[in-house]
Design a protein around this ligand. Sequence first.
Ligand code: ADP
Length: 599
Amino acid sequence: MAGIGPLGILRQRSRTRTVSFNSCREESAMAACKEDRGTQTEKDKVQGVLTEENNDADEDKPPRSLEECIAVINSEAGAKSLSNQEIVQMVEKKHLPSYKLESLLGNPLRAVGIRRTVVAPHTANQGSMDSLPYDHYDYTKVMGVCCENVIGYVPIPVGVAGPLLMNGKMYMVPMATTEGCLVASTNRGCRAMVNGVKSEVFRDGMTRAPSVRLPTAAQATEVYMWTRKKENFAVIKEGFDSTSRFARLQDLQVGIAGRLLFMRFVAQTGDAMGMNMVSKGTEAGLKALKKHFPELEVLSVSGNYCVDKKPSAINWIEGRGKSVVCESVVPGKVVTSILKTSVAAIVEASVTKNLVGSSLAGSIGGNNAHAANIIAAMFIACGQDPAQVVGSSNCMTLMEAWGEKGDDLHISVTMPSLEVGTVGGGTGLAPQSACLTMLGVKGAHKDNPGENACQLAKIVAATVLAGELSLMSALAAGHLVKSHLAHNRVKGGSSSLSSSTMPTTISSDTSGTSGITTTTPAPDGISSTKFCDVQPSGKASVGEVNSTNTCKPPAAVGDAKINAMQGDTVVSDKDSTSNIVLSPCQDPANISVPHSRDR
Ligand code: ADP
């Protein structure tokens, strides 16, 4: 059998000179012959892949004629017994569909390698494939789930923010991003939340809203009224719920537009984000409804009243996925020492920007500083659907002076439409799955379906809170642009990092407002922080959480030194906006606001 991987492709490509490819293709093939730098594969590993299944000798034979190859494809031996070069020819001549290579060859890696050879000559730059890695990747998890026509993968750096103390437990939060400052800033926010964060899901329902049509508006109204009755809802629910062990219809929100109805099915979906599940249930629900209204015509299973991956008021008001509220009290001392601002300044900045500015701009769901940044980075790391950054970033950030003297800061984020899941989609890919494992929420919850997905939603919201706190502080202190210029414009990346930009440890007593500073560990050498149970009165009951994630009896809140934590080694006291230098269309957080460069 033909060879694959850099070596196999290399042989195959070098022989394209002998076949009837045009010169452009030849050049491209030669360019692709160069060692695949992007993959950075170790040779022995590649050969390990090759020896098992491939007969490199096949690649040294001249390719057979088209007729001979067609005969082989139609024989028992099948397409997989052709050499790579022959398969490339067959795809070029449209005798084999490129998208079917994985199933025809029964070897996804080989299929990807061959597709790259086919595609390379048609790209703007023939050497482009050199830097797009494709080896050492488990494509079996991709096929039929995540991506088609695969030609490789794009590695994205994953940073970590934390420890984040949420609901009494510590989390190290993975963030996949190419935006400098984002992780450092979020990390600083985590560090400043010395009292921990309380995060709760207060509503849970994924939605799908088909559009249907009735012969008249009067009949549409009749259907609407019918669905309002409890016993009729039960009929639809029975059909809906029968489609899955996990999908449970909660509500049916119906909008009327003349003869049209938009029926928003709202359902719990266990640990799945739930789009497929709800769509399936919706079809069954409509079938049950049609039995009572045979003249009802289904126009589209999604009528944009859901609303999936588009900005909308309905998700903001009614919620979609998990609705989460999350809060923390930050002691005034910490606002000064870690965040380098004052309670009054940050509250004023928050009211002005998040409330007044957003309202003046006519924003819906955008009463926040940069929720989309954290959502995008966590979604990519954790295998969530990045397009759902649009609705998931709906967020209201509120800040107020807190405590008897108003010395402390109360901060909350309310996020009504976090669309997350821990099973299905990209969550099954090994790296994404590793990130979910880091958070202790991988896969289906053993005892209580839905608990892992809710927990992920709580962590995402808590991390957003950290991000909001840090960025708003930077804005209040006027550090924003300065820090971005420093962190996003390091020439040549790490290779030219000077000692002044290299991370060191954190100071609990930083005096400057720029640069990286150093810290002293906690006096007792034990990593510890404070967990604060926020009371409605504005007072707090405080308990300590140590590195083993267990709560100790209440103790007094100390100064910022006590917040030094194990592994908490990298925090810039600068803050972030890389959109100053990045093209907005390349920033995943800009999915929801394609032309905005602001936070
Ligand atoms: P989505 O609906 O989010 O698009 P899928 O279509 O992959 O995701 O559906 C999730 C799949 O995972 C379903 O087949 C479902 O039966 C299965 N599953 C297993 N355990 C769970 C769980 N705890 N919660 C939800 N789904 C689960």
